[in-house]
Ligand binder design. Structure first.
Ligand code: DON
Length: 580
Protein backbone atom coordinates (compact mmCIF):
# COMPACT_ATOMS: atom_id res chain seq x y z
CA UNK A 1 0.00 0.00 0.00
CA UNK A 2 1.06 3.61 -0.22
CA UNK A 3 3.94 4.37 2.06
CA UNK A 4 4.36 7.61 3.88
CA UNK A 5 7.01 9.63 2.12
CA UNK A 6 10.12 8.95 4.12
CA UNK A 7 11.67 12.39 4.05
CA UNK A 8 10.63 14.49 7.00
CA UNK A 9 9.34 17.97 6.33
CA UNK A 10 11.86 20.74 6.72
CA UNK A 11 11.86 24.38 7.51
CA UNK A 12 12.25 26.49 4.40
CA UNK A 13 15.67 27.83 5.19
CA UNK A 14 17.84 25.72 7.39
CA UNK A 15 21.35 26.71 8.39
CA UNK A 16 23.22 23.47 8.69
CA UNK A 17 25.78 24.52 11.21
CA UNK A 18 24.42 25.29 14.61
CA UNK A 19 27.49 27.35 15.32
CA UNK A 20 26.73 29.68 12.46
CA UNK A 21 23.24 30.20 13.91
CA UNK A 22 24.75 31.17 17.24
CA UNK A 23 27.23 33.44 15.53
CA UNK A 24 24.43 35.28 13.78
CA UNK A 25 22.76 36.00 17.11
CA UNK A 26 25.72 37.68 18.75
CA UNK A 27 25.83 41.48 18.62
CA UNK A 28 29.38 41.79 17.29
CA UNK A 29 29.08 39.55 14.28
CA UNK A 30 32.27 38.03 12.93
CA UNK A 31 32.72 38.29 9.19
CA UNK A 32 30.49 35.68 7.53
CA UNK A 33 32.40 32.48 6.86
CA UNK A 34 32.39 31.44 3.25
CA UNK A 35 29.91 28.71 2.42
CA UNK A 36 31.51 25.28 2.21
CA UNK A 37 30.63 21.64 2.74
CA UNK A 38 30.47 22.17 6.50
CA UNK A 39 28.57 25.45 6.48
CA UNK A 40 25.87 26.08 3.95
CA UNK A 41 22.28 27.25 3.76
CA UNK A 42 19.33 26.10 1.74
CA UNK A 43 17.99 28.49 -0.90
CA UNK A 44 14.62 27.83 -2.41
CA UNK A 45 14.62 30.30 -5.28
CA UNK A 46 17.41 31.68 -7.45
CA UNK A 47 17.29 33.94 -10.48
CA UNK A 48 19.87 34.56 -13.16
CA UNK A 49 20.56 35.20 -16.82
CA UNK A 50 23.16 32.55 -17.70
CA UNK A 51 22.44 29.27 -16.00
CA UNK A 52 20.52 27.51 -13.25
CA UNK A 53 20.67 24.28 -11.32
CA UNK A 54 18.12 22.90 -8.88
CA UNK A 55 18.39 19.60 -7.06
CA UNK A 56 17.56 17.85 -3.80
CA UNK A 57 20.66 19.07 -1.95
CA UNK A 58 22.53 22.41 -1.69
CA UNK A 59 25.97 20.83 -2.11
CA UNK A 60 24.88 18.99 -5.24
CA UNK A 61 23.33 22.11 -6.76
CA UNK A 62 26.55 23.98 -5.95
CA UNK A 63 28.65 21.26 -7.61
CA UNK A 64 26.56 21.75 -10.77
CA UNK A 65 26.91 25.52 -10.60
CA UNK A 66 30.69 25.20 -10.25
CA UNK A 67 30.76 23.19 -13.48
CA UNK A 68 28.58 25.74 -15.34
CA UNK A 69 30.84 28.57 -14.21
CA UNK A 70 33.88 26.64 -15.41
CA UNK A 71 32.42 26.51 -18.91
CA UNK A 72 30.69 23.15 -18.72
CA UNK A 73 27.30 22.82 -20.36
CA UNK A 74 24.01 21.66 -18.82
CA UNK A 75 24.86 17.99 -19.50
CA UNK A 76 28.21 18.34 -17.71
CA UNK A 77 26.50 20.02 -14.78
CA UNK A 78 23.81 17.33 -14.64
CA UNK A 79 26.52 14.65 -14.47
CA UNK A 80 28.36 16.47 -11.67
CA UNK A 81 25.10 16.96 -9.74
CA UNK A 82 24.20 13.27 -9.99
CA UNK A 83 27.64 12.22 -8.79
CA UNK A 84 27.50 14.70 -5.90
CA UNK A 85 24.00 13.49 -4.98
CA UNK A 86 25.37 9.94 -4.78
CA UNK A 87 27.50 11.24 -1.90
CA UNK A 88 25.45 13.91 -0.12
CA UNK A 89 22.01 12.37 -0.62
CA UNK A 90 22.58 8.65 -0.16
CA UNK A 91 18.86 7.90 0.29
CA UNK A 92 18.21 8.52 -3.38
CA UNK A 93 21.27 9.89 -5.15
CA UNK A 94 23.16 6.85 -6.30
CA UNK A 95 25.73 4.81 -8.13
CA UNK A 96 23.79 1.61 -7.45
CA UNK A 97 20.46 2.63 -8.98
CA UNK A 98 19.23 3.93 -12.29
CA UNK A 99 17.56 6.88 -13.96
CA UNK A 100 16.46 8.75 -17.03
CA UNK A 101 17.77 11.89 -18.69
CA UNK A 102 15.77 14.10 -21.04
CA UNK A 103 17.60 16.95 -22.73
CA UNK A 104 16.79 19.59 -25.30
CA UNK A 105 20.04 20.76 -26.82
CA UNK A 106 20.49 24.23 -28.28
CA UNK A 107 21.13 22.70 -31.71
CA UNK A 108 17.62 21.24 -31.72
CA UNK A 109 18.45 17.67 -30.73
CA UNK A 110 16.11 16.10 -28.18
CA UNK A 111 17.59 13.29 -26.08
CA UNK A 112 16.10 10.56 -23.90
CA UNK A 113 18.76 8.43 -22.23
CA UNK A 114 17.51 5.31 -20.44
CA UNK A 115 19.70 3.96 -17.67
CA UNK A 116 17.02 2.04 -15.89
CA UNK A 117 18.14 -1.04 -13.95
CA UNK A 118 17.64 -4.46 -15.56
CA UNK A 119 16.58 -7.77 -14.07
CA UNK A 120 19.66 -10.01 -13.64
CA UNK A 121 19.98 -12.97 -16.04
CA UNK A 122 19.04 -15.38 -13.25
CA UNK A 123 15.78 -13.51 -12.48
CA UNK A 124 12.51 -15.15 -13.43
CA UNK A 125 8.83 -14.37 -13.51
CA UNK A 126 7.85 -16.02 -10.23
CA UNK A 127 11.01 -15.34 -8.24
CA UNK A 128 9.08 -13.54 -5.48
CA UNK A 129 6.39 -16.21 -5.03
CA UNK A 130 6.64 -18.73 -2.20
CA UNK A 131 5.72 -22.42 -2.58
CA UNK A 132 2.05 -21.58 -1.94
CA UNK A 133 2.15 -18.89 -4.65
CA UNK A 134 2.02 -15.96 -2.23
CA UNK A 135 3.93 -12.81 -3.17
CA UNK A 136 7.00 -12.13 -0.99
CA UNK A 137 7.17 -8.36 -1.40
CA UNK A 138 9.57 -8.26 1.55
CA UNK A 139 12.13 -9.84 -0.80
CA UNK A 140 11.36 -7.58 -3.77
CA UNK A 141 11.61 -4.52 -1.53
CA UNK A 142 14.60 -5.10 0.77
CA UNK A 143 17.92 -6.85 0.80
CA UNK A 144 20.10 -8.39 -1.86
CA UNK A 145 17.41 -10.07 -3.96
CA UNK A 146 15.61 -6.75 -4.48
CA UNK A 147 18.35 -5.23 -6.64
CA UNK A 148 18.32 -4.87 -10.39
CA UNK A 149 21.60 -4.43 -12.32
CA UNK A 150 22.54 -0.76 -11.71
CA UNK A 151 22.37 1.62 -14.68
CA UNK A 152 23.46 5.00 -13.33
CA UNK A 153 27.18 4.90 -14.12
CA UNK A 154 26.50 3.70 -17.68
CA UNK A 155 23.95 6.51 -18.00
CA UNK A 156 26.45 9.14 -16.92
CA UNK A 157 28.99 7.98 -19.50
CA UNK A 158 26.34 7.69 -22.17
CA UNK A 159 25.25 11.30 -21.45
CA UNK A 160 28.83 12.51 -21.36
CA UNK A 161 29.25 12.52 -25.14
CA UNK A 162 26.93 15.56 -25.14
CA UNK A 163 29.06 17.37 -22.54
CA UNK A 164 32.16 19.54 -22.97
CA UNK A 165 34.41 18.97 -19.97
CA UNK A 166 36.43 15.83 -19.16
CA UNK A 167 34.62 13.30 -16.98
CA UNK A 168 37.52 13.29 -14.52
CA UNK A 169 36.70 16.93 -13.75
CA UNK A 170 32.96 16.32 -13.35
CA UNK A 171 33.54 13.64 -10.74
CA UNK A 172 35.95 15.86 -8.75
CA UNK A 173 33.41 17.50 -6.40
CA UNK A 174 31.88 14.10 -5.54
CA UNK A 175 35.27 12.60 -4.68
CA UNK A 176 36.10 15.51 -2.43
CA UNK A 177 32.72 15.34 -0.66
CA UNK A 178 33.09 11.60 -0.08
CA UNK A 179 36.72 11.77 1.03
CA UNK A 180 36.66 14.86 3.23
CA UNK A 181 33.04 14.54 4.33
CA UNK A 182 30.30 17.13 4.59
CA UNK A 183 27.88 18.35 7.26
CA UNK A 184 24.58 16.50 7.09
CA UNK A 185 21.23 18.28 7.19
CA UNK A 186 18.55 17.74 9.79
CA UNK A 187 16.53 15.69 7.30
CA UNK A 188 19.49 13.45 6.47
CA UNK A 189 20.30 12.92 10.16
CA UNK A 190 16.77 11.88 10.90
CA UNK A 191 16.42 9.55 7.93
CA UNK A 192 19.78 7.89 8.68
CA UNK A 193 18.60 7.35 12.28
CA UNK A 194 15.26 5.98 11.07
CA UNK A 195 16.97 3.53 8.72
CA UNK A 196 19.55 2.30 11.24
CA UNK A 197 17.86 -1.02 12.01
CA UNK A 198 17.44 -1.83 8.29
CA UNK A 199 21.12 -1.04 7.68
CA UNK A 200 21.95 -3.45 10.51
CA UNK A 201 19.66 -6.11 9.12
CA UNK A 202 20.87 -6.04 5.53
CA UNK A 203 24.60 -5.49 5.97
CA UNK A 204 27.33 -7.75 7.27
CA UNK A 205 30.19 -5.32 6.57
CA UNK A 206 30.70 -1.99 8.36
CA UNK A 207 29.08 0.96 6.58
CA UNK A 208 29.60 4.70 6.89
CA UNK A 209 25.89 5.11 7.68
CA UNK A 210 25.94 3.31 11.04
CA UNK A 211 27.80 4.67 14.02
CA UNK A 212 27.49 4.37 17.76
CA UNK A 213 25.76 7.69 18.42
CA UNK A 214 22.59 8.95 16.77
CA UNK A 215 23.20 11.28 13.84
CA UNK A 216 22.40 14.94 14.28
CA UNK A 217 22.33 17.98 12.04
CA UNK A 218 25.84 19.30 11.33
CA UNK A 219 27.63 15.95 11.90
CA UNK A 220 30.26 15.16 9.29
CA UNK A 221 29.62 12.12 7.08
CA UNK A 222 32.83 10.73 5.56
CA UNK A 223 32.52 7.91 2.97
CA UNK A 224 36.05 6.63 2.26
CA UNK A 225 35.01 3.43 0.51
CA UNK A 226 32.67 5.37 -1.74
CA UNK A 227 35.54 7.76 -2.52
CA UNK A 228 37.57 4.70 -3.56
CA UNK A 229 34.80 3.59 -5.95
CA UNK A 230 34.50 7.10 -7.42
CA UNK A 231 38.28 7.18 -7.97
CA UNK A 232 38.15 3.84 -9.79
CA UNK A 233 35.47 5.33 -12.06
CA UNK A 234 37.60 8.46 -12.53
CA UNK A 235 40.59 6.34 -13.53
CA UNK A 236 38.95 3.63 -15.65
CA UNK A 237 35.67 5.17 -16.80
CA UNK A 238 32.59 2.97 -17.04
CA UNK A 239 34.78 -0.10 -16.54
CA UNK A 240 35.78 1.28 -13.14
CA UNK A 241 32.26 0.31 -12.05
CA UNK A 242 31.08 -2.54 -14.29
CA UNK A 243 34.36 -4.48 -14.33
CA UNK A 244 37.41 -4.96 -12.11
CA UNK A 245 37.47 -4.26 -8.39
CA UNK A 246 34.03 -2.57 -8.07
CA UNK A 247 32.27 -5.34 -10.01
CA UNK A 248 34.06 -7.93 -7.89
CA UNK A 249 32.91 -6.20 -4.70
CA UNK A 250 29.30 -6.08 -5.95
CA UNK A 251 29.33 -9.79 -6.77
CA UNK A 252 30.91 -10.65 -3.41
CA UNK A 253 28.16 -8.65 -1.69
CA UNK A 254 25.54 -10.53 -3.72
CA UNK A 255 27.02 -13.83 -2.60
CA UNK A 256 26.94 -12.78 1.06
CA UNK A 257 23.20 -12.04 0.89
CA UNK A 258 21.78 -14.40 -1.74
CA UNK A 259 21.49 -11.78 -4.52
CA UNK A 260 21.54 -12.60 -8.23
CA UNK A 261 23.78 -10.01 -9.93
CA UNK A 262 26.82 -11.60 -11.62
CA UNK A 263 29.99 -10.26 -13.26
CA UNK A 264 28.40 -11.03 -16.62
CA UNK A 265 25.23 -9.02 -15.76
CA UNK A 266 27.40 -6.03 -14.90
CA UNK A 267 29.61 -6.31 -17.96
CA UNK A 268 26.60 -6.52 -20.25
CA UNK A 269 24.69 -3.57 -18.86
CA UNK A 270 24.14 -0.82 -21.43
CA UNK A 271 22.33 2.49 -21.27
CA UNK A 272 19.96 3.05 -24.21
CA UNK A 273 19.20 6.19 -26.18
CA UNK A 274 15.50 6.32 -26.95
CA UNK A 275 13.19 8.59 -28.89
CA UNK A 276 11.62 11.01 -26.44
CA UNK A 277 7.86 11.37 -26.05
CA UNK A 278 7.10 14.63 -27.87
CA UNK A 279 3.76 16.32 -28.41
CA UNK A 280 2.11 19.73 -28.53
CA UNK A 281 -0.06 21.21 -25.82
CA UNK A 282 -1.69 24.63 -26.16
CA UNK A 283 1.13 26.24 -28.12
CA UNK A 284 3.90 24.43 -26.22
CA UNK A 285 5.87 21.30 -27.05
CA UNK A 286 6.32 18.78 -24.27
CA UNK A 287 9.42 16.54 -24.38
CA UNK A 288 9.46 13.69 -21.87
CA UNK A 289 10.64 10.16 -21.12
CA UNK A 290 9.28 7.21 -23.11
CA UNK A 291 8.95 3.58 -21.97
CA UNK A 292 10.27 1.90 -19.89
CA UNK A 293 9.00 4.92 -17.99
CA UNK A 294 5.26 5.32 -18.08
CA UNK A 295 5.77 8.98 -17.15
CA UNK A 296 5.87 10.61 -20.58
CA UNK A 297 2.89 8.62 -21.83
CA UNK A 298 0.80 9.41 -18.75
CA UNK A 299 1.55 13.11 -19.21
CA UNK A 300 0.70 12.92 -22.92
CA UNK A 301 -2.54 11.01 -22.34
CA UNK A 302 -3.58 13.34 -19.51
CA UNK A 303 -2.81 16.62 -21.25
CA UNK A 304 -4.47 15.44 -24.45
CA UNK A 305 -7.62 14.42 -22.54
CA UNK A 306 -7.62 17.89 -20.96
CA UNK A 307 -6.65 20.04 -23.94
CA UNK A 308 -10.12 20.54 -25.43
CA UNK A 309 -11.58 21.58 -22.05
CA UNK A 310 -11.13 25.08 -20.66
CA UNK A 311 -9.61 24.09 -17.36
CA UNK A 312 -8.28 27.60 -16.68
CA UNK A 313 -11.85 28.90 -16.67
CA UNK A 314 -12.82 26.32 -14.05
CA UNK A 315 -10.12 27.83 -11.80
CA UNK A 316 -7.10 26.53 -9.90
CA UNK A 317 -8.13 24.10 -7.13
CA UNK A 318 -11.81 24.48 -7.99
CA UNK A 319 -13.94 21.35 -7.44
CA UNK A 320 -14.54 21.19 -11.21
CA UNK A 321 -10.86 21.35 -12.23
CA UNK A 322 -9.70 18.95 -9.49
CA UNK A 323 -12.41 16.47 -10.52
CA UNK A 324 -11.48 16.70 -14.19
CA UNK A 325 -7.78 16.13 -13.49
CA UNK A 326 -8.69 13.22 -11.19
CA UNK A 327 -10.77 11.52 -13.89
CA UNK A 328 -8.04 12.00 -16.47
CA UNK A 329 -5.46 10.51 -14.10
CA UNK A 330 -7.74 7.56 -13.30
CA UNK A 331 -7.88 6.61 -16.98
CA UNK A 332 -4.19 7.15 -17.72
CA UNK A 333 -3.08 5.09 -14.70
CA UNK A 334 -5.51 2.27 -15.60
CA UNK A 335 -3.81 2.09 -18.99
CA UNK A 336 -0.41 2.12 -17.28
CA UNK A 337 -1.35 -0.93 -15.21
CA UNK A 338 -2.74 -2.85 -18.17
CA UNK A 339 -0.50 -2.09 -21.10
CA UNK A 340 2.84 -0.57 -20.15
CA UNK A 341 6.20 -2.31 -19.77
CA UNK A 342 9.65 -2.56 -21.37
CA UNK A 343 9.18 -2.22 -25.15
CA UNK A 344 12.31 -4.31 -25.72
CA UNK A 345 10.33 -7.25 -24.30
CA UNK A 346 6.62 -6.63 -24.76
CA UNK A 347 4.43 -5.06 -27.38
CA UNK A 348 2.84 -1.88 -26.04
CA UNK A 349 0.14 -0.19 -28.15
CA UNK A 350 1.78 3.21 -27.77
CA UNK A 351 0.29 4.77 -30.92
CA UNK A 352 -3.25 3.89 -29.94
CA UNK A 353 -2.78 4.95 -26.32
CA UNK A 354 -2.01 8.52 -27.38
CA UNK A 355 -4.30 8.76 -30.41
CA UNK A 356 -6.94 11.47 -30.30
CA UNK A 357 -9.76 9.08 -31.12
CA UNK A 358 -8.83 6.69 -28.33
CA UNK A 359 -8.47 9.46 -25.74
CA UNK A 360 -11.79 11.05 -26.70
CA UNK A 361 -13.43 7.66 -26.32
CA UNK A 362 -11.82 7.26 -22.87
CA UNK A 363 -13.48 10.44 -21.61
CA UNK A 364 -16.95 9.67 -23.01
CA UNK A 365 -18.21 8.26 -19.71
CA UNK A 366 -16.93 11.18 -17.64
CA UNK A 367 -19.78 13.01 -15.87
CA UNK A 368 -18.88 16.42 -14.40
CA UNK A 369 -19.85 16.59 -10.73
CA UNK A 370 -20.13 12.80 -10.31
CA UNK A 371 -17.26 10.56 -9.16
CA UNK A 372 -16.15 7.91 -11.65
CA UNK A 373 -15.54 4.39 -10.35
CA UNK A 374 -12.39 2.36 -11.04
CA UNK A 375 -14.45 -0.85 -10.75
CA UNK A 376 -16.33 0.31 -13.85
CA UNK A 377 -13.68 2.38 -15.62
CA UNK A 378 -10.76 0.05 -16.34
CA UNK A 379 -8.10 0.27 -19.00
CA UNK A 380 -9.15 1.26 -22.49
CA UNK A 381 -10.31 -1.26 -25.03
CA UNK A 382 -7.38 -2.04 -27.28
CA UNK A 383 -7.63 -5.15 -29.35
CA UNK A 384 -4.03 -4.84 -30.61
CA UNK A 385 -2.07 -7.47 -29.52
CA UNK A 386 9.57 7.09 -1.43
CA UNK A 387 13.19 7.31 -2.97
CA UNK A 388 14.08 9.06 -6.05
CA UNK A 389 15.50 12.44 -6.88
CA UNK A 390 15.22 14.96 -9.65
CA UNK A 391 17.48 17.70 -10.97
CA UNK A 392 16.91 20.39 -13.56
CA UNK A 393 19.71 22.33 -15.28
CA UNK A 394 19.81 25.08 -17.91
CA UNK A 395 22.90 26.74 -19.37
CA UNK A 396 23.81 29.96 -21.20
CA UNK A 397 23.87 28.23 -24.60
CA UNK A 398 20.19 27.26 -24.37
CA UNK A 399 20.69 23.60 -23.44
CA UNK A 400 18.28 22.20 -20.88
CA UNK A 401 18.60 18.91 -19.00
CA UNK A 402 16.06 17.12 -16.82
CA UNK A 403 17.16 14.03 -14.89
CA UNK A 404 15.31 11.76 -12.48
CA UNK A 405 17.34 9.06 -10.79
CA UNK A 406 16.50 6.54 -8.11
CA UNK A 407 17.28 3.63 -5.83
CA UNK A 408 13.47 3.16 -5.63
CA UNK A 409 12.72 3.20 -1.87
CA UNK A 410 14.67 5.37 0.58
CA UNK A 411 18.25 3.98 0.64
CA UNK A 412 17.08 1.35 -1.89
CA UNK A 413 17.57 -2.24 -0.73
CA UNK A 414 19.47 -0.81 2.25
CA UNK A 415 22.36 -3.04 1.28
CA UNK A 416 25.68 -1.24 0.99
CA UNK A 417 28.24 -2.97 -1.23
CA UNK A 418 30.91 -4.02 1.26
CA UNK A 419 34.22 -2.30 0.52
CA UNK A 420 32.66 -0.12 -2.20
CA UNK A 421 30.51 2.11 -0.01
CA UNK A 422 27.40 2.58 -2.16
CA UNK A 423 23.83 1.42 -1.74
CA UNK A 424 22.10 -0.95 -4.13
CA UNK A 425 18.62 -0.33 -5.45
CA UNK A 426 15.41 -2.24 -4.66
CA UNK A 427 14.05 -1.60 -8.13
CA UNK A 428 12.89 -5.22 -8.72
CA UNK A 429 9.74 -4.22 -6.79
CA UNK A 430 8.77 -1.97 -9.72
CA UNK A 431 8.01 -5.13 -11.71
CA UNK A 432 4.60 -6.64 -11.20
CA UNK A 433 5.71 -9.51 -8.93
CA UNK A 434 2.27 -11.13 -9.27
CA UNK A 435 -0.87 -9.90 -11.07
CA UNK A 436 -3.13 -8.13 -8.56
CA UNK A 437 -0.36 -7.62 -5.98
CA UNK A 438 0.43 -3.91 -5.61
CA UNK A 439 4.03 -2.74 -5.45
CA UNK A 440 5.25 -0.41 -2.70
CA UNK A 441 3.52 2.53 -4.42
CA UNK A 442 0.22 0.65 -4.74
CA UNK A 443 0.72 0.17 -8.50
CA UNK A 444 -0.73 -2.90 -10.17
CA UNK A 445 0.57 -4.55 -13.31
CA UNK A 446 0.04 -7.39 -15.72
CA UNK A 447 2.10 -9.56 -18.06
CA UNK A 448 3.45 -6.39 -19.73
CA UNK A 449 5.46 -5.67 -16.58
CA UNK A 450 6.19 -9.23 -15.44
CA UNK A 451 9.81 -10.12 -14.55
CA UNK A 452 12.06 -11.54 -17.28
CA UNK A 453 15.87 -11.81 -17.44
CA UNK A 454 17.42 -8.62 -18.80
CA UNK A 455 14.10 -6.74 -18.79
CA UNK A 456 13.71 -3.21 -17.44
CA UNK A 457 11.00 -2.69 -14.83
CA UNK A 458 8.27 -0.13 -15.58
CA UNK A 459 8.91 3.29 -14.08
CA UNK A 460 6.88 6.41 -13.37
CA UNK A 461 9.84 8.80 -13.53
CA UNK A 462 9.02 11.78 -15.71
CA UNK A 463 11.95 14.09 -16.44
CA UNK A 464 10.30 16.65 -18.71
CA UNK A 465 11.11 19.78 -20.69
CA UNK A 466 8.41 22.11 -22.03
CA UNK A 467 9.39 24.13 -25.09
CA UNK A 468 7.80 27.42 -26.15
CA UNK A 469 8.52 28.57 -29.68
CA UNK A 470 11.08 25.80 -29.86
CA UNK A 471 13.10 26.98 -26.86
CA UNK A 472 13.24 25.51 -23.34
CA UNK A 473 10.53 27.15 -21.20
CA UNK A 474 10.14 24.74 -18.25
CA UNK A 475 12.55 22.08 -16.97
CA UNK A 476 10.67 19.95 -14.48
CA UNK A 477 10.55 16.63 -12.63
CA UNK A 478 10.19 15.08 -9.19
CA UNK A 479 10.48 11.90 -7.12
CA UNK A 480 7.37 10.28 -5.62
CA UNK A 481 6.82 6.82 -7.15
CA UNK A 482 3.49 6.63 -8.94
CA UNK A 483 2.70 10.22 -7.95
CA UNK A 484 5.51 11.49 -10.20
CA UNK A 485 3.45 11.98 -13.39
CA UNK A 486 0.73 13.62 -11.27
CA UNK A 487 3.14 16.19 -9.84
CA UNK A 488 4.68 16.93 -13.24
CA UNK A 489 1.24 17.19 -14.87
CA UNK A 490 -0.09 19.51 -12.17
CA UNK A 491 3.05 21.68 -12.20
CA UNK A 492 2.74 22.12 -15.98
CA UNK A 493 -0.99 22.94 -15.69
CA UNK A 494 -0.27 25.32 -12.82
CA UNK A 495 2.08 27.35 -15.01
CA UNK A 496 0.49 27.08 -18.47
CA UNK A 497 -3.23 27.04 -17.63
CA UNK A 498 -3.57 28.50 -14.14
CA UNK A 499 -0.76 31.07 -14.60
CA UNK A 500 0.69 30.47 -11.12
CA UNK A 501 4.15 31.72 -10.17
CA UNK A 502 6.97 29.17 -10.20
CA UNK A 503 6.94 28.90 -6.39
CA UNK A 504 3.19 28.40 -6.27
CA UNK A 505 3.30 25.90 -9.12
CA UNK A 506 5.76 23.80 -7.13
CA UNK A 507 4.60 24.31 -3.56
CA UNK A 508 0.78 24.43 -3.73
CA UNK A 509 -0.73 21.20 -2.38
CA UNK A 510 -1.01 18.38 -4.91
CA UNK A 511 -3.65 15.67 -5.24
CA UNK A 512 -3.32 12.27 -6.85
CA UNK A 513 -5.46 9.50 -8.34
CA UNK A 514 -3.87 6.35 -9.75
CA UNK A 515 -6.97 4.29 -10.71
CA UNK A 516 -6.37 1.74 -7.96
CA UNK A 517 -6.85 2.23 -5.05
CA UNK A 518 -9.96 4.22 -6.08
CA UNK A 519 -9.25 7.23 -3.87
CA UNK A 520 -8.06 10.78 -4.30
CA UNK A 521 -4.95 11.19 -2.17
CA UNK A 522 -4.30 14.75 -1.01
CA UNK A 523 -1.52 16.42 0.89
CA UNK A 524 -2.22 17.59 4.44
CA UNK A 525 -2.58 21.25 3.49
CA UNK A 526 -5.09 20.55 0.69
CA UNK A 527 -8.06 22.93 1.24
CA UNK A 528 -10.73 21.35 3.45
CA UNK A 529 -13.68 22.82 1.59
CA UNK A 530 -12.33 21.34 -1.63
CA UNK A 531 -12.15 17.92 0.02
CA UNK A 532 -15.76 18.36 1.17
CA UNK A 533 -16.90 19.24 -2.38
CA UNK A 534 -15.13 16.16 -3.79
CA UNK A 535 -16.71 13.91 -1.15
CA UNK A 536 -20.12 15.36 -2.06
CA UNK A 537 -19.51 14.23 -5.64
CA UNK A 538 -18.96 10.68 -4.38
CA UNK A 539 -15.15 10.52 -4.10
CA UNK A 540 -13.22 8.89 -1.29
CA UNK A 541 -10.51 11.36 -0.28
CA UNK A 542 -7.60 10.35 1.94
CA UNK A 543 -4.72 12.39 3.32
CA UNK A 544 -1.18 11.20 2.76
CA UNK A 545 2.36 12.46 3.31
CA UNK A 546 3.90 14.90 0.91
CA UNK A 547 3.52 14.41 -2.83
CA UNK A 548 6.84 14.84 -4.62
CA UNK A 549 9.76 17.22 -4.40
CA UNK A 550 9.51 19.11 -7.64
CA UNK A 551 12.50 20.97 -9.10
CA UNK A 552 11.45 23.58 -11.63
CA UNK A 553 13.35 25.99 -13.87
CA UNK A 554 11.39 28.53 -15.89
CA UNK A 555 13.16 30.34 -18.71
CA UNK A 556 11.79 33.50 -20.29
CA UNK A 557 13.31 35.46 -23.14
CA UNK A 558 12.66 39.16 -22.44
CA UNK A 559 14.69 40.29 -25.48
CA UNK A 560 16.32 38.49 -28.37
CA UNK A 561 19.46 36.80 -27.10
CA UNK A 562 18.59 37.45 -23.44
CA UNK A 563 17.42 34.90 -20.92
CA UNK A 564 15.75 35.21 -17.55
CA UNK A 565 16.00 32.07 -15.46
CA UNK A 566 14.01 31.28 -12.35
CA UNK A 567 14.93 28.12 -10.44
CA UNK A 568 12.74 26.83 -7.63
CA UNK A 569 13.45 23.98 -5.22
CA UNK A 570 10.49 22.33 -3.54
CA UNK A 571 9.73 23.49 0.01
CA UNK A 572 9.02 19.82 0.87
CA UNK A 573 12.72 18.94 1.33
CA UNK A 574 16.35 20.13 1.40
CA UNK A 575 15.96 21.13 -2.24
CA UNK A 576 18.16 24.03 -3.29
CA UNK A 577 18.27 26.38 -6.27
CA UNK A 578 21.33 28.07 -7.80
CA UNK A 579 21.46 30.54 -10.67
CA UNK A 580 23.85 33.12 -12.07
O1 DON B 1 10.79 4.28 -11.16
C1 DON B 1 9.87 4.51 -10.40
O2 DON B 1 8.76 4.85 -10.77
C2 DON B 1 10.09 4.41 -8.89
N1 DON B 1 11.15 3.47 -8.64
C3 DON B 1 10.38 5.75 -8.35
C4 DON B 1 10.53 5.75 -6.85
C5 DON B 1 10.38 7.07 -6.23
O3 DON B 1 10.07 8.04 -6.85
C6 DON B 1 10.55 7.13 -4.76
N2 DON B 1 10.37 8.46 -4.28
N3 DON B 1 9.66 8.87 -3.49
Amino acid sequence: MMRQHWIPRLKTVMPVFLLSLLALQTAAQPAARPENAYNYTIRKKAEGSQGAVVSAHPLASKAGMEILRKGGNAVDAAIAVQLALAVVYPGAGNLGGGGFLVACMADGRNLAIDYREKAPAAAHRDMYLDSAGNARTDLSQSGHLASGVPGTVAGLFSSHKYGKLPFSELIGPAIELAEKGFAITEAEASSLNNTRSSFQKYNTRPTAFIRQARWKQGDTLVQSELAGTLKRIQAAGQKGFYEGETARLIVEEMKRGGGLITLEDLKQYEARERTPVRFDYKGHTIVSMPLPSSGGLIIQQSLKMLESRDIAKMGFHSPASVQLITEVERRAYADRAQFMGDVDFVKVPVKTLVSERYLQERMKDHVPGVAGKSSVIGAGNISESEETTHLSVADKWGNAVSVTTTLNGGYGSRTVVGGAGFLLNNEMDDFSVKPGVPNMYGALGTEANAIAPGKRMLSSMTPTIVLKQGKPFLVVGTPGGTTIPTSVLQTILNVIDFKLSTEEAVNKPKFHHQWQPDVIMVEKNFPEELTASLRAMGYTVTQRGQIGRTELIRIDYPKKGKMRLEAVGDFRGDDHAEAY
